[in-house]
Design a protein around this ligand. Structure first.
Ligand code: ADA
Length: 586
């Protein structure tokens, strides 16, 4: 609804408190948080027919879901007010796809890429009413190397929550926990990052306690760093390791979670805290297998875009949880977050449900020229850094993926794959790395990852029988590439099927053709002895960029086994029957 000229910015109720809506568990008892989204903000589009008008719109949300903005590609200004002051930290969980943030008219942050978290700290703000403005931009241009017209939609808007926190001069920036299994003993490596935002030296004491979540009894321990000195504006990492006598391991069947709770005190008073969760599990590769806690696993997965006709990419908790319920009902045990890092709440739910996640940086189908865009490397690297830093603790993430179907057949592409896989290794020594290739017999990068992964579409984009195609591909990987002897995964199989379209000839695009094709593809891959598993392309039908209408009926990618409203196609029951007949182990 238009707000009308001169109307006031949507008012804040002034109340502060700890909110558990932001994650599925509480992250603070001491630090006070307030979600600024979860209410109406003002929205003013900058281009097009309605430029300059002001509307009141729900947040988080994508503007494509506001009436009149279904196809809006441009800039939009979001505005809200809040009551507060002192030292404030603002966390933006996702703005699509470029953001400039202003507090009372002063720029406090800029960020590119819809799918990762960024923040801004403002010190000494006078108590009172303030205005926060976010300029979001979802236009395509040479400045944007990752968001390009593509086989999914780059939405616009504040697509994930905005959170405001009161912090002191010293605050706990992050905590990473690395579970280690060595010589029959579990330990947890803890790394805490504390930041002094003041321009004077400060002293603080930090403690960190690990305990099981309710229902997980065993294992507990505490760490203490007393009277740590922080130079002005210093960011300091505190590391230590804790040994555990007995723990409940995190597995697909029993996803036992542990909590780490860090508290910062100054002069005996708790001034800040941070809680996160992790699980005791290690992932490794051995020969041609991927191991979870030493046992070879079989991946039965679906690729999933964050997409819904009512919410765009800003799916609320209930819609994410419903997708995961379906995925579990299908007998699947894994999700590939194609083709970007996902909402933290989705990962929280996967942690709790024991669903393994292949999490991917943001890039789909970039050719050589697109990778040579001078912005490509820094933008992709930033996604990797932000993704690993914020999602490090999730036990559900068993592998990091990069650069889906990019130019891995070229020398220049190989340099980029090398740098990004090296960066992943530097940021996280514990998880295997991979990339999904479609370069049939031309890929030159298989010496680089820990797992070799391929997207294949026999019976859809070509007519070679599935078994023949798979054999030819696998033999080539083993005999002629540096991927020989590594675990091998099929990261996409699939076929298009339009919901409700059936005919007696079972032609392409019918639900029948899709169901038959998936059955043939799935059986061939799951029966392939040397293959660690499979991901179906894809869980649900998704909207694609307008530029892709030509090969995409309905301007949708119709390869979902449910449609965009999550209505099951014939393929759903076929997949369920097959997935349920294979276990999680190999
Ligand atoms: C690719 C790609 C997907 C999707 C799929 C398809 O393999 O990784 O994003 O475009 O093909 O539907 O053709």
């Amino acid at each position: 609804m238009p707000a009308g000229d001169g109307s006031r910015v949507w008012a804040d109720d002034g109340k502060w408190g700890n909110s558990s809506m932001i994650r599925t568990f509480d992250t603070h008892k001491v630090r006070i948080q307030k979600e600024l989204t979860g209410r109406l903000w003002e929205f003013t589009p900058c281009q097009g027919e309605y430029a300059g008008r002001t509307y009141r719109v729900p947040t988080p949300g994508c503007w494509e879901n506001y009436p009149d903005f279904g196809n809006y590609r441009g800039e939009g200004i979001y505005r809200t007010t809040f009551q507060g002051g002192g030292n404030l930290r603002f966390e933006f969980k996702g703005v699509s796809h470029t953001a400039a943030v202003f507090l009372d008219g002063r720029e406090i942050a800029r960020h590119y890429n819809a799918y990762t978290v960024f923040d801004a700290i403002v010190r000494g703000l006078p108590e009172g009413e303030h205005t926060l403005e976010i300029r979001a931009d979802n236009r395509f241009s040479g400045e944007s190397a990752l968001h390009i017209p593509n086989d999914y939609m780059s939405y616009g808007g504040i697509s994930r929550p905005v959170v405001m926190e009161r912090i002191g001069d010293l605050y706990i920036r992050l905590v990473h926990v690395t579970p280690v299994w060595e010589n029959g003993v579990w330990s947890a490596g803890v790394s805490l990052v504390v930041e002094n935002t003041a321009d004077r030296p400060l002293t603080g004491t930090v403690s960190a306690a690990i305990s099981g979540e309710p229902g997980v009894e065993s294992g507990a321990g505490t760490l203490l760093w007393e009277n740590v000195e922080f130079a002005p504006l210093e960011t300091k990492e505190l590391t230590e390791s804790l040994v555990f006598g007995d723990v409940e391991e995190w597995s697909m069947e029993h996803p036992g979670l542990y909590r780490i709770y860090a508290v910062l005190t100054q002069e005996g008073k708790a001034v800040d805290d941070l809680a996160d969760r992790f699980g005791f599990r290690v992932v490794s590769t051995q020969g041609k297998r991927i191991l979870l806690n030493g046992k070879p696993i079989r991946i039965k997965g679906v690729c999933r875009h964050e997409d819904h006709p009512q919410f765009g990419c800003a799916l609320p908790y209930a819609a994410m949880a419903a997708d995961l319920e379906s995925i579990r009902h299908l007998g699947a045990n894994s999700v590939r977050t194609a083709h970007y890092p996902n909402d933290e709440v989705f990962l929280d739910l996967c942690d709790e449900m024991g669903i393994l996640v292949w999490e991917e940086n943001h890039a789909r189908g970039l050719g050589l020229e697109e990778m040579q865009n001078p912005h490509f490397e820094p933008q992709a690297e930033q996604v990797i850094r932000e993704m690993v830093s914020t999602h490090y603790n999730h036990p559900c993430i068993y592998i990091w993926g990069i650069l889906n179907e990019c130019a891995s057949e070229t020398e220049y592409g190989k340099e980029c794959y090398t740098k990004q896989l090296d960066l992943l290794r530097e940021l996280d020594r514990t998880r295997p790395r991979s990339f999904a290739s479609c370069k049939f017999k031309t890929d030159i990068c298989f010496g680089l990852p820990d797992v070799v992964s391929y997207n294949i579409y026999p019976k859809w984009y070509h007519d070679t029988p599935v078994g023949v195609y798979l054999d030819e591909l696998y033999r080539w990987v083993q005999e002629e590439t540096e991927g020989s002897g590594k675990p091998f995964l099929i990261t996409e199989i699939g076929a298009g099927g339009i919901y409700g379209y059936r005919n007696p000839y079972h032609s392409k695009w019918t639900e029948e053709y899709q169901a038959q094709t998936l059955e043939e593809q799935l059986r061939a891959v799951l029966e392939y002895g040397d293959c660690c598993g499979v991901y179906i392309w894809q869980f649900c039908d998704v909207r694609v960029s307008e530029e892709w209408f030509g090969t995409r009926p309905r301007t949708m990618n119709n390869k979902g086994i449910v449609d965009e409203y999550r209505r099951r196609k014939l393929a759903y029951d076929v997949v369920k029957r097959i997935f349920e007949s294979y276990g999680n182990g190999l």
